[in-house]
Ligand binder design. Sequence first.
Ligand SMILES: Cc1ncc(COP(=O)(O)O)c(C=O)c1O
Length: 410
Amino acid sequence: MLDTLAGGCSSPVRSGWSIGEKPFVQSRGAGAYAFDEGGERYIDYIMGYGPLFFGYANSALTAGLDELAARGVLFGSTHAEEGRLARRIRAHIPSMERVRFTTTGSEAMMSAIRVARAFTGRSLIVRFAGNYHGHFDAALFSAGASAQTTQPGRTGIPEGVMQDVKVARYNDVESVDRAIRGREDELAAIVVEPVCANMGLVPAGKDFLKGLRGRADDTGALLIFDEIIMWPRAGMGGAQTAYGIRPHITAIGKVLGGGFPIAAFGGREDVMAVLAPDGPVFTGGTHAGNPFSVAIAHRVLDLLEGHPEYFAQTRELAEHLAAGIRASFARRNLLYNVVHLESIVDFMFHDREKYSAYYRAMRERRILLPPSQNEVMFISTAHTLTDIDETLAAIDESLGEVGNRALDAT
Ligand SMILES: Cc1ncc(COP(=O)(O)O)c(C=O)c1O
């Protein structure tokens, strides 16, 4: 059935290829649950790779979609609700003084980098190994998530593009200095996930982000925060507010559409003024800012603003999950580090085979994990304590089962 799809999928991580697994073929989703083609129910921690903060098919997002669609899902014109959405976003993330909407996070980040290059009149960017910003050329080399792009040339990314992309080490400001040494005057932007959730979950040290802002200021470059996963999971002001570091440009996406495709980038007014028609830089899109996705994004903001308790609720479940996993590890004298931040939980085995065996054992127990160790577990407002306890029992059993074969803490 899937053989006409290139690679059997529309995005490689779903294929399970990175852990040698068969793809999970999903028929539907409801609340915290995914269902396979046979109708079996799984507790889902992929949650669409982040957007489904309110679970699948939350009625506050899906009620009255027919009426919404009946007004037109796409205009070829600007509309007032886009402007209102931009203002609502700016009220939460003040550094996004001017906002432009895109359809995907990749476009938002690609555009943010172009804006920074145009504003500074420079080409060089620094990014960090293991961070993921989307599937455009400059973002992919040594990226995290499921991207496998360590060999430019063979991957369709021109070597020329890479001459203006340096990859530094996350949480290591000196590695930025080394990466740009001798080319400080060429640096257009430092691009970073302020909390990285694409090589597992790795929060930035506060000094790291402060150091990056300092390096940007010293060199005349811009600091770009990719908050596509972290907003609003790190809080309504994003990780930048939590850390107290103001970037020049920010990209958000994922939860903004609650599962519908919409993303945005925005930044300082004078920086964003390089965008056409005010300035010479072109970014755009047939579907950018379409009224249907914008209306859903308003509903997302209504939910977030109307239910501040969702943050504590999902945080407490994440804490419970993380504590339970730690206890399972402790019982087996395993030394894996369990990390959690707000509604995200993560740990990493030391090799892919162990994760693969664990993934399979969990799937047999009807728990759906991302089929790649670089991805994290997302908790939604639809998950319950019962779901988490069921998951913890499955984790304990799976660790026991896998331990007999493959698991050892090295
Ligand atoms: C931090 C981050 N930035 C950018 C992207 C790209 O977003 P999209 O898949 O919507 O193009 C992702 C997607 O996983 C992401 O995690």
